[in-house]
Design a protein around this ligand. Structure first.
Ligand SMILES: Nc1ncnc2c1ncn2[C@@H]1O[C@H](COP(=O)(O)OP(=O)(O)OP(=O)(O)O)[C@@H](O)[C@H]1O
Ligand SMILES: C[C@H](N)[C@H](N)CCCCCC(=O)O
Ligand SMILES: [Mg+2]
Length: 238
């Protein structure tokens, strides 16, 4: 399962942790792959470590880390370092899938953020994997446009949009957020599969793990089907 979003800071990491915790609670082994981590120093915990902190025992992997808080292609170029190519992301995810029930691949920023100088993106990695894609979205005004753009791009690539999850659902949702519960699945052409309450990333990890399955109920009123979260095929790469 590839976890992307409408942009950066929308809650991809928190949603990844919620999905991982839910799968762990269902007895499944989980690996989290952060394709390229930017904006984090070598000695700091990255997104994969944050998922492990919140979700518990998961395998973590990170293919590259660049210190500047930029798109991976830009950060790699400025650091004079090799970029991460989509085929490397797909190969790493496929290898993890041989050893885990569920592999979650988190990108950097939104779907078309560039990883290499050739314009390779997380969407390319998802295509190589034939993996379903989960789109994390903001709750409020502005999310309909960016969610529909992301869904259209996935559809144009014949990728499988599994659904949409709201990354940070406010305690007091305004009119736009409330209306978006109906409008997001409409514009995405895919179900709204959950909403993580705002502030959940600050919960004690034990409380996070207990609560997470309840945030990810399909259409917000049932139980989450962790079986949907699997890399289905090995990547078609040489
Ligand atoms: N549900 C939530 N509970 C608590 N904090 C949240 C929640 N959603 C988002 N945040 C906060 O908002 C910020 C962005 O969240 P997050 O790191 O998950 O974004 P991201 O989409 O993974 O961004 P990136 O592109 O950098 O990977 C973080 O500071 C995070 O702590
Ligand atoms: C630094 C940040 N937190 C992410 N890791 C990278 C986000 C890149 C976004 C690029 C863009 O869409 O303009
Ligand atoms: Mg993140």
């Amino acid at each position: 399962m590839v976890i992307t979003g409408t942009g950066t800071e929308v809650g991809k990491t928190v949603v990844t942790a919620a999905v991982a915790a839910t799968a762990r609670a269902a007895g499944r082994s989980v690996a989290v792959l952060k394709a390229a981590q930017t904006g984090v120093r070598p000695d700091e915990p990255g997104d994969a470590a944050e998922v492990a902190r919140l979700a518990g025992a998961v395998t973590t992997a990170e293919l590259a880390r660049y210190p500047e808080p930029l798109a991976p292609a830009t950060a790699a170029r400025r650091a004079g370092r090799a970029p991460v190519h989509p085929h490397a992301v797909a190969e790493a995810a496929a290898k993890l899938a041989t050893e885990h029930d569920l592999v979650l691949v988190e990108g950097a920023g939104g779907l078309l953020v560039r990883f290499d100088a050739g314009g390779g993106t997380l969407a390319d990695a998802a295509g190589l994997l034939s993996a379903p894609v989960l789109v994390v979205t903001p709750a409020g005004l502005g999310t309909l446009n960016s969610t529909e753009l992301t869904a259209r791009e996935l559809r144009s690539r014949r990728l499988d949009l599994a659904g949409v999850v709201i990354g940070s659902w406010p305690a007091a949702p305004d009119l736009a957020a409330r209306c978006n519960l109906a409008d997001l699945p409409d514009v995405a052409g895919a179900p709204l599969l959950g909403a993580v309450p705002a502030g959940s990333g600050g919960l004690d990890p034990a409380a996070f793990r207990t609560a997470a399955p309840h945030w990810l109920a399909p259409r917000l009123d049932g139980t989450w089907d962790a079986a949907a979260f699997q890399v289905r095929e090995a990547p078609r790469v040489s």
